[in-house]
Ligand binder design. Structure first.
Ligand SMILES: [Zn+2]
Length: 313
């Protein structure tokens, strides 16, 4: 046991670009914590039980669950675990209404995206409503506790929004191990997803992503336990690469704006072709996030004409 902490990764293969769904059993002096909870599938459930068994534990030995963010592939087994024995589940305050599927919030969020897509020049918003409805299927039924401290179960907590507004990292200082959700993935650069802020404005997802990457860099972690793909052994190198890629991507968007395409929807269709409709939600998040980033840097500006935002160099 290094520095009083032992990590038992649960790695479940994924047949997509993420390569795997990862979540982690972490044993320290007084607790056995689960960081994230995979997808709600038999594969994930069996892998969790097997990992517990291999290390001499059972389900009821788990003393608490920490969630890095609200996405469905990180929270899947929470309801099942908590139904076997009652343990505290912790998440960022922003995640609570998402995880609980609060009806007022779900309605506000759907209206937020409908209006956003319309203003970004997408003409068929009515046909695209599905991705913006939060399904009941992944609702968390138990009580969820908000992180109120910056210390929990021997970890330091850091907010690292961008990929999700509620994303947090858990840092174990003595071992320099960082559990960082999806901010850093070995095989792909992590998407930044727009969500509504409490006041109805949108999150500056790409700007946040960059700041969060810089925050992780400053920790000088030795190992990053990532939510997907491999555990990252030279994190600083990869973080620097991701920050560089972010700015390279931004300059591609400037070039599209320069060529005379002025709406976010137009930019997305040009850049992503037939992927545009299939991956509408994540592509529009990317494009709008990058346009916000460029506007923030003063490299482009926008003007509203007849209810639609147009971007200019
Ligand atoms: Zn995620």
């Amino acid at each position: 046991m290094k520095n009083n902490i032992e990590v038992f990764p649960v790695i479940v293969p994924a047949a997509n670009r993420l390569k795997s769904y990862n979540f982690f059993l972490v044993k320290n002096e007084h607790s056995l914590i689960l960081i994230d909870a995979g997808l709600n599938t038999e594969d994930c459930w069996d892998s969790l039980l097997k990992t517990l068994k291999n290390h001499g534990f059972t389900l009821t030995d788990i003393t608490g669950i920490l969630l890095t963010h609200h996405h469905t592939n990180h929270i899947g087994l929470v309801n099942r675990i908590v139904s076997t024995h009652s343990i505290p589940v912790y998440a960022h305050p922003y995640a609570i209404h998402l995880l609980r599927r609060d009806i007022e919030y779900v309605k506000m969020r759907a209206e937020f995206f409908r209006k956003l897509y319309q203003e970004m020049g997408e003409k068929q918003v009515a046909n695209l409503k599905n991705p913006i409805i939060l399904g009941e299927k992944n609702k968390i039924h138990c009580e969820i506790l908000e992180f109120t401290n910056h210390q929990l179960f021997g970890f330091e907590l850091f907010e690292i929004p961008g990929h999700a507004p509620d994303q947090v990292a858990f840092y174990h200082k003595d071992s320099k191990w960082l559990f960082a959700g999806d901010i850093l993935i070995d095989t792909i650069s992590s998407n930044a997803y727009i969500e509504p802020n409490y006041d109805g404005s949108r999150t500056n997802s790409v700007i946040q992503q960059k700041l969060s990457l810089e925050k992780c860099l400053s920790l000088d972690a030795e190992l990053v336990y990532s939510g997907h793909s491999m555990i990252i052994k030279t994190p600083n190198e990869l973080i620097e690469k991701r920050i560089k890629e972010l700015d390279e991507k931004a300059s591609k968007y400037i070039n599209i704006i320069k060529s005379g395409i002025s709406t976010a929807s137009g930019v997305a269709q040009l850049r992503y072709n037939d992927r545009y409709e299939k991956q509408f939600f994540s592509i529009m998040s990317q494009v709008i996030g990058y346009l916000d980033y460029l506007e923030f840097q003063g490299k482009i500006k926008k003007e509203m004409e007849k209810g639609i935002w147009h971007y200019y160099k």
